[in-house]
Unconditional design. Sequence first.
Length: 532
Amino acid sequence: MTADDSHDHPLNCHWRPVRPDAYDRLGLPPARSEAAALARAQILTEAFIVGRSYPMGWISYSRRREFYTARRGRYWPPTYTFDFVVPAIDQLANLGLLDHERMPQGNLGRQSRFKAAPELMRLLNDPPRFKHDPIERIILRANDRRLIDYKETERTLRFRRNIDEINDLLRSSDIGLLSHVVRAGDPLRVGNTTVVAASGLLHRVFNRCSFSLGGRFFGVWWQNIPSEFRADISINGIGTIELDYPYLHPSLLYLEAGRQMHGDPYDLAGWPRRVVKIAFNALVNADTPQAALRAIAKEIGGEGAHAEARTLVREIEARHPAIAHMFGSGAGLNLMRRDSDMTESIQLRLARKGIISLPIHDSYIVRNRSTDKGELMEAMGEALWKLAGDSGVRSIGWRKNIPQYGGDEDGEGLGGEGGSESEREHGKSTGDLTSGPAGRIVIIFPEERQRDLFGADYFNVPYREIFGWRGGVAPPGVQKALRREMRRRGLRHLDLADRAGVSRSHLKNIMDGRRGASSLVLLSQKVAADPN
């Protein structure tokens, strides 16, 4: 839950104490039913967690019965009714536990509101443990962002099963920040950002009345803290590393257009990279070119902002002619639908191996261990490869043929640009490599180290030698690369042979240059750090 003291937080009754007797210390009169007691506890919880971070923060609610009638359904708990909410707030205000501003009947300007009274904060000086208890994890929004109901289908049931499976592992894990384990309901002050009540459970949000648009994962506290503090996150007491897909949406647009992307898509002479990135994403996400232009001009600001924005748009279109027709078309929600499916695939694959992964849309945080990093790299590569395969780029059996690789200790990210380029450049040619000696080996390495492959002066493999190999006997550079990677990642010949689908003796012959392999598939990678 995030909020501030300049806007009222709407009551939703999605928070409550873990223990049902948590508020016995308040000396409350008996409730008329268990449901009424739960509604009262939910209201007290929201008042406390908002008041703890913002003593002047208010919580708004309605005193109209029709308001609650319209909100019956999948998104609202059974306690969110006029008959439970309004009497509970009146009672708690009369007991001096809530400060209450009740709007007169017929007022259309502002809802009634309440906040934690000083007495409530005093009595809960040693607060209980809290639980975030949302009713629905698969959310569908209308064009105006209203929550809308929907009919259950096999697809929505599958979405819910999958997110429950992911959340079950998150719920059983200790996710920390700065050596402190963050519990549900904990307040976080990180830099200039305040998280009123931390939640560690995910939900998916689909947009514009369609399960084909959006679908990204939201709801967890690590998505809401400044990116520079994510390096301080721990999982079960172990430090973490974050891997990402740089330039994912530009890469997907180029993939859809069937063209290759060259270089940093936000690198434009004469313009700050940050401004170009914001403008590019505005063009991708806006429904019309005019809406994108307004957003870009607002970001530039100052006199002549619209003229500068028009110039910038023309230069971005000239820089990216292959995808310029998609600008101002609302393509962003389609891209989010695709990257959210990738995230679901990655999360499920890791969860089924017992690996906790914390998603942040197109990046993922795991424990800084070789096994976790290697599994994440493979999961990210497989997700991207599957997406590329949907666009005509062929996989050559990723699941069976990728060695178990970890990453460098300084951390990598799977390159949206480099990965998709490499897949298009080399994956399509695998159809010509199916004949010949058996055996397929896969190496993953950081894109920026292609010329000096592993970042060490004493070990150089020319870029063209790696990418130029099209099967047969491996050249000396490829042999060196394989040996180096096996040592760096602690792999035995038996491990690599098993994953490559060849015998140990066959692998040794490949590595010694005495026998060929059908292909070497290279997925280039880019380091995760995106300074903007």
